[in-house]
Structures are given as C-alpha cells and as structure tokens.
Design a protein around this ligand. Structure first.
Ligand code: ATP
Length: 281
C-alpha cells in the first residue's frame, strides 16, 4: 500500500485517518509545527510532516537545510523547541514503541572501541530499553538482515575490518533486523555501491508493501527513485515542497538550488542515467 498525505491533507489524528475507502489508516509520523533551535539558531522552522502507514517519503534539500536535524528531532535525538511529534500513535518520549522503529543515522561508523562482529552489531538492534537479552530466533533474524544487505558472509568479521560502505550496510541491517514498522534513514546509501543500493531499494519496497513506513534523507533519489512517490524538500529548515519527487538535477547540492521542479509522471525523459536515476517505466 502506498498512500500520500501531505500537510494539506484532511486533518488526521494520532490514531489514524479515514482513507478514501473508509478504512482507517494508521498515521506513523505526525509532526506538527516542529521547531528546533541549536546553538541559538533556528534550524528547523515550523515543519509539518504526516506520514501514513506504508508510505515512502524522501527528505531532500541542500547541505545545511536541516534534514538531519529534523529526522534527529523526530526520533528524539535532539530536543524540539516547540511543536509536537507523535510516532506510531504515541507522543515522542518513553511511551513510543521504539522496538518497532529503526533508525540509521548519518555517516557514523559501525565500529566501536569494542571488537564487535557484524553479527553482534546487527544483533544489538534487537535490544532496546527493557529488553536486554535477544529474542527467540535472534540469530536467524540477524543472518537474514545481514543477507538483505549482502553481508552474511562477513557476519563473524569485526566491523572495524569492514570498508566504510560495508559498515554502512551493517548499520542498515541493524535497523532492518527489528522488522520495523517505521524506518528512518539518514542518507543510508551514501558511500554504498550501486548494486547494494539496488538491493536496498528492493528490500525497502518489500517492507513498504508489508506496511512499513519509510522516511529517508537523500541527496539524489538514485536507486530508490522507483519507490519514492513523495518528496519533502527543506530549505533553511522549512518545507518548500511536499509532493511528487522533483526532477533530478546535477546541481542539487548547490545552496541556491531550490529542489523544486515541475514533475511529469510520464517523465522518463527527464530521468537520465547521468543523474544517477534508474528509470523503470
Ligand atoms: N549541534 C549543533 N549546533 C549548532 N548548529 C548545528 C548543530 N547541528 C547542526 N547544526 C547546524 O544546523 C544546520 C542544519 O544541519 P543539518 O545537518 O541538519 O543539515 P542537512 O540538511 O542534514 O545537511 P547535509 O545535507 O549536509 O547533511 C547547519 O547549518 C548546521 O551547521
């Protein structure tokens, strides 16, 4: 199921919203008028973001536009100055079912001071708050998650011996192992080779079909283009576009680039291999 509902949609409640079929859909993320202030500067300025169950949305914007800060605020990693955030029907805080949420932060190493193996790092994704021991079938789930990112053959290797891109894939597996209902990913495929990006896109699309909601920070849609139907574009911490994905452009990272382009659903011609998009009719 893929549904889009921007802030301009009919009002929703944390528990759900009636769809066109009349069936109640669960709202996975309900952020209203979110402001974040860091170091005395307003970094996120009045963002509204409502994501429904199974929706795949990309968060785009130039460097420094506030994408990471916004997703970090959504998962409670930085405090919000004002506004409200509800995740999976629960106000941000201890009541949120964090075990149902996977988060891949931006560009962190999977290697810690501890010589953990890839399987151990992924297994840590199964631990949370009150659960300090692995659930049943943990090993099977760990290996399945590593297999999804093409690294099961490295399961017993210390992560510090893996390349940067492989470490990133370990972190993706750590989020996937939870079989999350909500997945928040901050530039998950930066530094990841194209075949792995495509495998990741396939995995995400299967998760979305199953009802997982995905919010992914990207600079270019890249291999994920076929599954992203909604793009939220930030500029200076505010949403300047929320709707169909913008056309790819080579200058997306330029400060003055507005990230908003006319979109044509029949725009195969607008999507060129040079822009890094894999176009599927
Ligand atoms: N802890 C902090 N204290 C002060 N300013 C911060 C802090 N963290 C981020 N910022 C500032 O907030 C702004 C937005 O940063 P953020 O990392 O959210 O942008 P981004 O859109 O994710 O950028 P990029 O595409 O480069 O990853 C930047 O100007 C950054 O310097």
């Amino acid at each position: 199921m893929l549904v889009t509902a921007g802030p301009s949609s009919a009002p929703t409640s944390p528990s759900g919203t009636p769809g066109s079929s009349g069936r109640r859909r669960t709202v996975a993320v309900d952020a209203r008028d979110v402001h974040v202030v860091l170091g005395g500067s307003a970094i996120v300025r009045g963002v509204d973001l409502v994501l429904e169950e199974g929706e795949v949305a990309a968060l785009l914007g130039a460097n420094g536009s506030g994408k990471s800060t916004l997703v970090r605020a959504l998962v409670g990693a930085v405090p919000i100055a004002s506004g409200s955030v509800t995740l999976l029907g629960h106000p941000l805080g201890r009541g949120v079912p964090w075990e149902r949420i996977g988060y891949v932060p931006q560009r962190v190493s999977a290697a810690t001071g501890v010589p953990a193996t890839a399987a151990e790092v992924v297994g840590s994704g199964l631990l949370h708050g009150r659960r300090l021991w692995p659930p049943r079938h943990a090993q099977r789930r760990v290996h399945a998650a590593l297999d999804l990112v093409g690294l099961d053959h490295h399961a017993e290797r210390p992560v510090r011996e893996l390349s940067g891109g492989q470490q990133q894939r370990v972190l993706i597996a750590r989020a996937l192992v939870r079989e999350p209902d909500l997945l928040v990913l901050d530039e998950p495929v930066a530094g990841v080779d194209l075949p792995s990006q495509q495998a990741f896109a396939t995995t995400l699309s299967r998760l979305a079909e199953r009802g997982t909601t995905v919010l992914v920070v990207l600079h270019e849609l890249g291999a994920l283009a076929p599954l992203v139907r909604r793009a939220v574009v930030l500029r200076h911490g505010a949403v300047v576009h929320d709707g169909a994905p913008p056309r790819p452009a080579h200058d997306h990272d330029a400060d003055e680039h507005d990230h908003v382009h006319p979109h044509d659903d029949d725009a195969g011609l607008a999507r060129t291999p040079a822009a890094g998009l894999r176009w599927e009719p």
